[in-house]
Design a protein around this ligand. Structure first.
Ligand code: PHE
Length: 334
């Protein structure tokens, strides 16, 4: 039976012939199967010997089928590449993907700030009014809270209008000081869409809280950061401004050296020293005094990543960043 099966295997020229052999010998009605069923009639003294023999035959056929299957596959593969030069190198770059310019800039900013000792933090994009406004010392009648400017959900929560809510989340959860975090993420505002406004944009928040954090630390940190990103010859200026959650507050403008004569100051970030009213509110929510307003100081900043990408690449319309036109995106492939 074994010889017969192996001969049949040898003769099989394709997968279906092979399958037929399997069915003939090992299938439900196959001859090996029939013999196995006959085992019950074999006298007890011979059972062991006959059983072993039967197993040997079954194994031999199974292995034979597997080997033949591989051989048939190999023959088929060889035939498939006939006439094709499989040593021909592929065409480099054909259809290769690349990171979106915004992703590249975000990663560069994160890399730079992490090197300076900032850790990554995050918070939800759907926020409570408390985290987005109240805890940030923003009065109930502040224009930013208006329904015309902010996306409110039916349950009273909202789409965060800035990543500053992550400052609050981080301080709420902190176990000890110092805190030194950055939080990149989306923010939402009900702006009229044009070349410089979308209803969703990308910010990167920073927060450093400790004892004896000074305005000098804030200026030094951000000047260093922008020169790392835009080049050593970049001019950075701090313009007095107002934010409810920092005092004093500034807007930061940069002027790139590479742009030469017609260089302009471009607003890129908001920043300031954390207002003690924010620390007081956090203490109240935590029920402790970790952020003792007598001894705790800190700075915070929020920069626009879309802005950063636009300045860096001379992009004049923010809508390019979300349209995914390959003619635009291709320019940023590495
Ligand atoms: N949250 C402010 C904005 O979106 C920016 C900011 C962040 C200002 C941190 C000061 C401190 O305009």
């Amino acid at each position: 039976l074994k010889t017969e099966a192996l001969a049949a295997l040898d003769a099989a020229q394709d997968e279906s012939a092979l399958e037929a052999v399997r069915v003939n010998f090992l299938g439900k009605k196959g001859s090996v199967t029939a013999l196995s069923q006959g085992m019950k009639d074999v006298p007890v003294e011979q059972k062991k010997e006959v059983g072993a023999k039967l197993n040997e035959v079954r194994t031999a056929i199974t292995e034979g089928i597997d080997a033949k299957k591989l051989a048939l596959q190999a023959a088929q593969d060889a035939k498939a590449v006939e006439g094709i030069d499989i040593t021909l190198p592929g065409r480099p770059g054909a259809g290769t993907g690349a990171l979106h310019p915004l992703t590249q800039i975000r990663d560069l900013a994160i890399r730079t700030l992490r090197r300076m000792g900032f850790a990554l933090a995050e918070g939800p994009e759907i926020e409570t009014e408390w985290h987005c406004f109240d805890a940030l010392n923003t009065p109930a009648d502040h224009p930013a809270r208006n329904e015309k400017d902010t996306f409110y959900l039916p349950d009273g929560r909202l789409l965060r209008t800035h990543t500053s809510s992550v400052q609050i989340r981080t301080m709420e959860a902190a176990k000890t000081l110092p805190i030194r975090i950055i939080a990149p993420g989306s923010a939402y505002r009900r702006d009229e869409i044009d070349a410089t406004h979308l209803s969703v944009f990308n910010q990167l928040e920073g927060l450093y809280v400790s004892q004896d954090v000074s305005l000098g630390d804030l200026k030094g940190t951000l000047e260093y950061f922008f020169r790392e990103i835009f080049g050593a010859g970049t001019a950075v200026r701090f313009r007095p401004h107002f934010f409810p959650f920092t005092e004093p507050s500034f807007e930061i403008d940069v002027k790139l050296e590479a742009k030469g004569k017609d260089a302009r100051w471009i607003e890129i970030a908001g920043c300031g020293m954390v207002d003690p009213a924010v620390f007081a509110e956090i203490n109240k929510a935590r029920g402790d005094n970790l952020f003792d307003p007598e001894t705790t100081t800190g700075f915070a900043f929020g920069l626009g990543l879309d802005r950063l990408a636009m300045i860096m690449h001379g992009i004049t319309d923010i809508r390019h960043l979300i349209e995914n036109d390959v003619r635009f995106l291709q320019q940023f492939a590495a």
